[in-house]
Design a protein around this ligand. Structure first.
Ligand code: DGP
Length: 113
């Protein structure tokens, strides 16, 4: 999608530090890390947000979750991690291409909001 930063990361026109890639998804380090390890996992296809998940694209979201154990193992997050998805303005979603934050590398704050 034109003017989508994460679509540009997918097509390589914006560089990223990749952690994992296959035909459906990409994982790369967040530019503004909020934990010692902070990686984003995105579908390659443009899905704006959790509100846009439906039967036609749910397979790629399921695929993300089947790959997260492999990705987090590569990152050394053997003691656990947090998965965050921000949706919409109240959820403070700044990039409107659905993404899951993987945060870890330390004992995280127990507060969610
Ligand atoms: P959210 O607030 O949930 O929409 O998170 C968007 C995240 O994307 C935020 O943590 C910073 C990150 N981000 C924004 N632009 C870029 C970029 O060009 N490259 C990388 N690697 N991360 C980015």
């Amino acid at each position: 999608m034109a003017d989508c930063i994460f679509c540009k990361i997918v097509d390589g026109s914006i560089p990223s530090k990749k952690v994992y890639e296959d035909d459906k998804i990409l994982a790369f380090y967040d530019l503004e890390p909020q934990a010692p390890v902070h990686v984003l996992v995105i579908p390659k296809q443009h899905i704006c947000c959790a509100n846009a998940v439906d039967e036609s694209n749910a397979d790629v979201i399921a695929h993300i979750f089947t790959k997260i154990p492999e990705i987090t193992k590569t990152l050394g997050l053997d003691n656990g991690y947090r998965i965050v998805n921000n949706c919409g303005d109240d959820g403070c979603q700044s990039v409107k291409h659905m993404h899951f934050h993987i945060l870890g590398g330390k004992k995280l704050n127990g507060q969610m909001a």
